[in-house]
Design a protein around this ligand. Structure first.
Ligand code: PEP
Ligand code: MN
Length: 353
């Protein structure tokens, strides 16, 4: 069940054709969307890719929204974009991540929007710099814009294995602390970059009490002209929203406890594997001592290793009593392993003689 207080924004990454915009709006009709989104001017990483339909796309968006009862929203990145959007009668815009990264751009947009009753959504900058995001919001407030909503869309990363843009959840949480009365919504599409992971990230945002979601929705995601991998279908959006769980603090705490226990069990496994590796090396040392007729227990070596171990433990705030007991146990087991090698060899030798 959808929480009525959540602001849901849905629509394609880009307006491609009048039919595409209309069809998607039609498939979403009847839903209580805060806004229907579509990019008209697309910031692309490399030139030559589809850069958006331009101003005529505003009309497609406006007409589809009028027909299906939605409020349109699009991205603005320059004074000319703001002028065109205001002329078309939009009352909501969003500032994209690349613009938020540049204070000159945000200032230009704040100046162009000054004195208008526009609702401005501002995405986080591409780099994980919460002060830059806060600075952008301050520029908008200074220009007299009253209705501002922050959009968390993740932060650029070189390693795009799990996320297209890393969520770094602590940053939107810090932003919320800086502006306790401002709403913050999440864009799971640009965070994950993969359609199948959008519901999972959306649920994380709901668990963190975000105020809404901006989701990229396309009626034929595979053939979308931009961001084809991350767009979900209208049906997918409905399933996502009806599958959201609104967990109480107690449930979330329980979940956190489960998560922490799972982490512990991974660490326990690593611990036992490390100890086993240590024993293998210790056995190799046992064979060497045996061949070279060295004593198994060498006092100076033991004292030196124990001192090093206790020093490292101290640096990691582990109690010296516990560290000493642990290391003595591990060392004792090594000595026993090495002694067994010697006994075996002797047994073997005595059989031969
Ligand atoms: C978008 O929402 O389509 C977009 C370009 O987003 P971002 O600025 O987050 O990359
Ligand atoms: Mn996109």
């Amino acid at each position: 069940m959808l929480d009525k207080h959540l602001k849901i924004i849905a629509g394609p990454c880009s307006a491609e054709t009048p039919d595409q915009v209309r069809q998607i709006a039609e498939s979403l009709s009847g839903m209580e969307l805060y806004a229907f989104r579509a990019g008209i001017w697309k910031p692309r990483t490399q030139p030559g890719a589809f850069e958006g339909a331009g101003t005529e796309g505003l009309i497609w968006l406006k007409e589809a929204c009028e027909e299906f009862g939605f409020s349109p929203i699009t991205e603005v990145a320059s004074t000319a974009h703001v002028e065109a959007v205001l002329k078309a009668g939009f009352d909501k815009v969003w500032i994209g991540a690349r613009s938020t990264s540049n204070p000159f751009s945000v200032q230009e947009l704040a100046d162009a929007l000054q004195g208008t009753p526009t609702t401005v959504l501002i995405k986080n900058p591409t780099n994980p710099d919460v002060k830059l995001w806060i600075g952008g919001i301050e520029r908008l407030y200074k220009a007299g814009i009253k209705d501002i909503i922050a959009v968390h869309r993740g932060f650029s990363t070189y390693d795009k294995q799990r996320y297209r843009n890393l969520p770094n959840w602590q940053l939107p949480i810090a932003l919320r602390q800086a502006f306790p009365h401002m709403e913050v919504i999440c864009d799971p599409s640009h965070i994950t970059g993969k359609a199948e992971n959008v519901p999972m990230v959306a649920q994380m945002a709901i668990d963190l009490k975000f105020d809404g979601l901006m989701v990229e929705v396309h009626n034929d995601p595979e053939n979308a002209w931009t961001d084809a991998q991350q767009q979900i279908t209208p049906k997918g959006l409905k399933a996502l929203l009806s599958g959201l769980k609104y967990r109480s603090r107690i449930e979330l705490d329980k979940e956190e406890l489960r998560g922490l226990r799972a982490e512990l069990s991974v660490l326990d496994e690593q611990l036992i594997r490390l100890i086993s590796k240590r024993m293998v090396i210790s056995e190799a040392i046992g064979h060497y001592k045996n061949t070279h007729q060295l004593a198994i227990f060498q006092t100076s070596q033991w004292e030196e290793s124990l001192t090093k171990f206790l020093q490292m433990a101290g640096e990691m705030e582990i109690s010296p009593e516990f560290a000493k007991e642990l290391f003595t146990l591990i060392h004792q087991e090594s000595i026993e392993t090495q002694s067994r090698i010697l006994t075996k060899k002797n047994d073997h030798g005595s059989h031969q003689s």
